[in-house]
Design a protein. Structure first.
Lengths: 538, 254
């Protein structure tokens, strides 16, 4: 069965590479007659092709986990271990769900008068979309730290065009902020990476291959001071990219202004990919540190700061619901870092599981938000008074229920998945506060802040969602120019209630798994995560 | 165009000739690169900034070439004493100049032509006054230099180049954060990237070829893709607001 593991590690990213080539290829030709026009390919086939690519990749990712036997696949280009496989699953599963949603979102945008011109060319959107996912997967499987940084930079450069795909003032501003911060971040990360070569006693032996760095000869001891400086540089870079405080300012803007499928990818998987990169560097650097506690403390402080900073923005009245969700991503990345900083295998286990659960839940929320906007925007045209705000349940009860359940899952209520990990992290933080038979005050303060932040966030988000679902908060003119043309208003009929459509399919799958994982993760996940923790030497 | 190529070619040949004879040209080039970074920070005209940035990028290319072409290289080449490491750096310099420098230098005038309505001579609004900018960047540069020169971990030659590179990055970040104009912010990012090239090139100067080539890939990716992203974003922004003033793009609050 070894060959299954080997081939699976290639077949996860290969379909995306193929898709990028196909979509770029279809764009070739002169403006009047591109290849796609000449081949007379209907738009629906492009959507289906995109869904099948991500579906296949997700399927291979699951097969890879099922046949996982604990081997590390390494050659001169790729390095695939338990950590990579786990994060591959996060990327591919979320991407599959988002691909299904993209179809309805793009179709809707094409129907809008003001957006039609920008969204007509779906080949470019899908080329960038698949390129973005491909680069994220490659970050997780490459065997060289420089190439990892390059792939990370490519994630920025593909997603920046997706963020500003609507080309309006706000989305361009968000994209500008995103590229300014993240490009600088990657400069720091790359310098930090290169500095590792200076830590070698003999520069001729210096290497940045992950295989070589994780299996260095016993007589090669890297200089811990240089490694420490390198780690600071790398940390600045990837913390910015992971959207953590205090370098998080790109995150709320980009998440809020991007199209819904892109927001789901940014929040669900890009932040986790940056977290993966930090763990990978941690894995390499750890053996050379004299004292590892300063790194854990730093993770803890960054996590706690992100948690606390997110609170007022989530409680505060926000015009844009996606913005609240974006601040919630900051909060959850804070939780993940807080758990990593606790420095125990149980907490890291919870952090890795939380990454997956948060990715699924956040994808559900952004997809549901996108579907609601589509549904509401269509139905407002049929209303007597299109400008009047209305509760979400009056537009589509199913999406209303999904948002309610997703919101509850996101704030960490039982029986949903996030509750289990947040609870586990809390338990671990409390046990750390009473280590060695005495109270450890800084940890007690940190744990208290963690609990208070979670309580406030619970209250804040629940309040927003309640207003949205049964109150009058929904505004179909919310963002990105989905304004309803009042001349088209049909004053004769009330809107029809819609329940199930194909668009609801990803939402149902996501909520099903979020609910199932609330009772505990699958056994196969446990094996992978345990191996990942062993690799990280926690 | 032909005269420009001729002028630059003569300059390069002259510099290479001096470089092969002496090491002082390296110090001179370092000085020029630092000066260009400081001019970018201090001046108040977009056109000057772009020109200075172009000169800086060109000088970095020449700097790499000079560093690679150590004195006595010709004799060593004849005797076959040049190791692979040095050859890989020659290749690196060649590719850097070819891809990063030329693409950037050629593209700027096109960008300016595209965004023709910008008054390139107009004064930029600085968020921070010139004197404060100077004091702040001066203090930070000194602190940075002191910190890095005290560190025992870097080799003698690499230390000074690394400090130079980090200073250029720092100045790039300052150019970006102290200006109220998208164009100069873009130059700030690209200036910081120039700092990355300097730091990276000298950090990897003594290491294995494998690292060198991968850094070359990183440089080309960063140089090409960042530039294209900025190019298109400036174009989009220009369609929305002709002045490209940051104030028109300050609606979001982070």
């Amino acid at each position: 069965m070894e060959y299954i593991e080997t081939y699976a590690s290639y077949l996860i990213w290969a379909p995306y590479l193929f898709a990028v080539f196909v979509f770029v290829g279809l764009f070739f030709g002169d403006k009047e007659s591109t290849l796609i026009d000449r081949l007379n390919i209907k738009e629906i086939y492009l959507h289906l092709f995109n869904i099948s690519v991500s579906g296949f990749s997700c399927f291979v990712s699951i097969i890879h986990i099922l046949y996982y036997k604990g081997d590390i696949i390494k050659n001169c280009i790729f390095y695939v271990d338990a950590l990579s496989i786990w994060f591959n699953l996060i990327v591919t599963s979320v991407s599959f769900m988002v691909s299904m949603h993209s179809m309805s979102y793009i179709t809707f945008k094409n129907e809008q008068k003001e957006d039609k011109e920008k969204w007509q060319n779906i080949k470019i959107f899908y080329a960038l979309f698949n390129g973005f996912i491909l680069s994220m997967i490659l970050v997780q499987v490459v065997n060289d730290l420089i190439i990892l940084c390059v792939m990370m930079e490519i994630t920025t450069l593909t997603s920046v065009f997706l963020v500003c795909y609507d080309q309006n003032a706000k989305s361009v501003e968000a994209a500008w902020k995103y590229i300014c911060l993240c490009s600088l971040a990657m400069i720091f990360a790359l310098i930090g990476t290169l500095m590792i070569t200076l830590a070698f006693p003999d520069s001729k032996e210096a290497t940045l291959s992950i295989t070589a760095l994780t299996n260095l000869k016993k007589n090669i001891i890297l200089d811990s001071k240089t490694i420490e400086i390198a780690f600071y540089f790398v940390l600045i870079g990837f913390v910015t990219k992971a959207g953590l405080a205090p370098l998080h300012s790109w995150l709320p803007d980009s998440h809020a202004e991007a199209p819904s499928p892109v927001s789901a990818l940014l929040s669900g998987v890009l932040l986790k990919t940056s977290f993966f990169a930090i763990l990978r560097y941690y894995q390499i650097f750890k053996p050379f540190f004299d004292d590892i506690s300063f790194i854990h403390n730093m993770f803890l402080m960054i996590g706690l700061l992100s948690l606390v900073i997110a609170v007022p923005f989530i409680i505060k009245e926000q015009e844009n619901f996606k913005r609240i969700l974006a601040y919630h991503s900051l909060n959850h990345m804070g939780i993940i870092f807080f758990a990593t900083g606790l420095g125990s295998p149980v907490a890291l286990f919870a952090a890795l599981l939380h990454s997956f659960y948060h990715a699924l839940t956040k994808a559900l929320m952004f997809i549901a938000h996108g579907e609601i906007r589509i549904s509401a925007s269509k139905q407002v045209k049929d209303r007597k008074d299109p400008e009047k705000k209305a509760p979400l349940l009056s537009f589509n009860p199913l999406y209303g229920i999904m948002i309610a359940l997703g919101g509850l899952a996101l704030v960490g209520s039982p029986p949903f998945a996030i509750f289990t990990t947040e609870y586990k992290i809390l338990g671990e933080a409390i046990s750390k506060s009473y280590s060695q038979g005495s109270m450890y005050w800084p940890m007690i303060v940190a744990t208290t802040l963690y609990v208070i932040s979670l309580v406030f966030i619970f209250g804040g988000l629940t309040n927003h969602i309640a207003h949205w679902i049964i109150g009058d908060k929904i505004d179909t003119n919310e963002t990105n120019g989905d304004k309803v043309d009042s001349n088209e208003t049909k004053s004769s009929s009330e809107p029809k209630m819609q329940w199930f459509k194909f668009n609801s399919f990803p939402l149902i799958i996501l909520i099903f798994f979020i609910f199932i994982f609330g009772f505990g993760p699958f056994q196969i996940f446990l094996n992978i995560i345990k191996d990942a923790i062993t690799l990280l030497n926690y | 165009m032909l005269t420009r190529i001729l002028k630059y070619s003569i300059l390069i040949i002259l510099i290479i000739f001096i470089a092969l004879k002496t090491n002082t040209i390296q110090i001179l080039l370092m000085f020029i690169i630092m000066i260009t970074a400081w001019i970018m920070l201090m001046n108040n005209s977009i056109k000057t900034m772009i020109n200075v940035f172009t000169i800086q990028t060109f000088m970095i290319g020449v700097y790499f070439l000079v560093f690679t072409l150590e004195p006595g290289l010709v004799n060593k080449l004849e005797q076959g004493n040049v190791n692979n490491l040095r050859l890989s750096h020659i290749i690196f310099s060649f590719f850097f100049i070819l891809f990063a420098s030329i693409i950037r230098m050629v593209s700027w005038p096109k960008l300016l032509k595209k965004i023709s309505t910008i008054k390139t001579e107009r004064l930029l609004y600085g968020k921070i006054s010139l004197s404060k900018r100077l004091v702040l960047i001066g203090a930070l540069s000194i602190i940075l230099s002191l910190v890095f020169s005290k560190l025992p971990v870097f080799l003698g030659d690499q230390k000074i180049h690394l400090i130079l590179g980090l200073n250029v990055i720092l100045i790039g970040i300052f150019v970006m954060t102290t200006r109220n104009d998208l164009m100069s912010q873009a130059i700030g990012i690209l200036g910081a990237e120039n700092g990355l090239y300097i730091s990276g090139f000298f950090i990897t100067s003594n290491v294995h070829n494998d690292v060198n080539y991968k850094f070359l890939v990183a440089v080309m990716t960063f140089a090409l893709l960042t530039f294209f992203a900025i190019y298109f974003l400036l174009d989009y922004a220009h369609k929305i607001d002709k002045t490209l003033n940051v104030d028109s793009f300050s609606k979001l609050r982070g």
